[in-house]
Design a protein around this ligand. Structure first.
Ligand SMILES: C[S@@+](CC[C@H](N)C(=O)[O-])C[C@H]1O[C@@H](n2cnc3c(N)ncnc32)[C@H](O)[C@@H]1O
Length: 425
């Protein structure tokens, strides 16, 4: 429309320049979007507002100029009047600006969709990203082969960009339950805390709020790309008391002392979690806290249970087991603490419940199943065609709503103890 308009009001040069402007603008803005600008806008309220204001100002400018230009001048170019000097340059520049305006609107929409996606926490927790930490900032991983951050052979869920986003959504879903475990464990202001297997940073960011500005958190994970995202999230939230370090927990050692060692959904992946806890708990000050939250997956259930749900649950359990993960790590926290030489822990358990048409519980289950698809296929458990991943969550939810089914997601078990002191009740 713009090129047509310029064609009517200008000469051939103006028309060509306008077309070039639109083309160059499209390329520039597409490249910017591909580089993760939309993701950045989603995480930086300042950048998002700046783009909205700039876009709005430009639209007001266009509208005002239209108003004060007589309609006859606009519609009927005087054949005697040659196109103004610099008309081609102006058309070129305007072409770029116009694609910019359209892209701003598109990026804003994208940003809002991502906010919506992360704020849709499960019905039971109704936790709408209270830490504000559930959006993943501008980190474009699309250039990496197959969308993988790194080889996922030995970690069942892999490190794709989609998995990173799933982790953040899971973080929002579990935030209240995890905070309750840490609160009961005694995590509080001014503590120095070590977060094992921090992933994209949800637990570290949660604890950073609990320890406040006088405290500090060190998050450790072996996936550098996850740590990069975690760092960006902390920066975009203005959190300065968290740092992240890349290390394998099987070998990680530090000379630093801590008031607490925490972690969530990480011990299940370690070949010898008790050995890791025994080694790292030596870094605890007297009275230091060990607090973890892990799943009991077999406890996932639906009442009354559908065939589709039973199949989905079964595949999840089989895939995790085939990948070598401990599916009952929640219960095993008790013996793991004892084997690590720690005092018997206090424990609590809770589980998110999926019910009603607005629940995201089935999306959560199927999100995990999606990340496990390579394992399902590799272990000969199910084929992609059998899984039908794109429609499975909707099928599960529709069936649950139609038949008034209630699903209990994995039991999240918390365990905590104090080294050289008594565990909080
Ligand atoms: C399910 S994620 C949980 C992340 C985070 N704790 C949370 O709750 O959001 C498990 C994390 O443990 C990390 N992990 C697994 N085995 C590890 C190891 N041996 N050393 C370091 N990190 C490990 C993975 O890289 C992954 O980021």
């Amino acid at each position: 429309m713009y090129i047509l308009g310029r064609g009517l009001s200008g000469g051939l040069r103006t028309r060509v320049a306008a077309a070039f402007g639109i083309t160059v603008g499209s390329i520039v803005h597409t490249l910017a979007a591909a580089a993760g600008l939309a993701l950045l806008l989603a995480t930086s309220p300042l950048a998002f507002t700046a783009v909205k204001l700039a876009g709005g100002a430009y639209l007001i400018f266009l509208g005002t100029r239209r108003l004060f230009t007589s309609s006859s001048k606009r519609l009927r170019p005087d054949p005697q009047v040659k196109p103004a000097r610099g008309g081609a340059g102006l058309a070129f520049g305007q072409g770029i600006l116009k694609t910019g305006t359209i892209c701003c609107v598109a990026w804003s929409r994208q940003s809002r969709q991502m906010e919506h996606c992360c704020s849709a926490a499960l019905t039971v927790t109704a936790a709408c990203c209270p830490s504000g930490a559930s959006i993943i900032p501008g980190t474009s991983l699309s250039g990496r082969s197959g969308g993988q951050m790194r080889d996922s052979q030995d970690y069942p869920l892999g490190y794709s960009e989609r998995e990173a986003r799933r982790l953040a959504e899971q973080g929002a879903m579990l935030e209240d339950l995890t905070a309750e475990v840490f609160r009961r464990a005694g995590i509080g202001p001014a503590m120095q805390v070590l977060d094992l297997g921090c992933g994209v940073g949800d637990v570290s960011l949660l604890v950073s709020k609990m320890v406040g500005a006088r405290g500090a958190v060190l998050g450790v994970d072996r996936a550098s790309a996850s740590l990069h995202i975690a760092q960006q999230r902390a920066a975009s939230l203005g959190v300065s008391n968290v740092e992240f370090k890349e290390a394998d927990l099987g070998e990680f050692s530090t000379a630093r002392s801590f008031d607490a060692i925490v972690g969530r959904l990480v011990l299940l992946y370690l070949p010898d979690p008790a050995q890791v806890l025994r080694r790292l708990s030596r870094q605890l000050r007297p009275g230091g806290i060990v607090a973890f939250q892990e799943y009991d997956m077999p406890q996932t259930s639906q009442v009354p249970a559908s065939e589709l749900f039973t199949q989905t649950r079964g595949w999840l359990l089989q895939a995790f087991t085939a990948a070598g993960a401990e599916v009952e790590m929640g219960t095993k926290l008790y013996t793991t603490f004892l084997h690590a030489g720690l005092p018997a822990p206090s424990m609590m358990a809770a589980m998110p419940v999926a019910c009603g048409p607005d629940t995201r519980g089935y999306e959560y289950m199927v999100g995990v199943l999606r990340s496990l698809l390579p394992w399902l296929e590799r272990a000969g458990i199910a084929t992609a065609a059998q899984v039908g991943i794109e429609t499975r969550a909707a099928r599960l939810r529709d069936d649950a709503v139609a038949n008034a089914r209630v699903a209990f997601l994995p039991r999240a078990v918390g365990a905590w103890t104090k080294v050289g002191g008594k565990a909080a009740p």
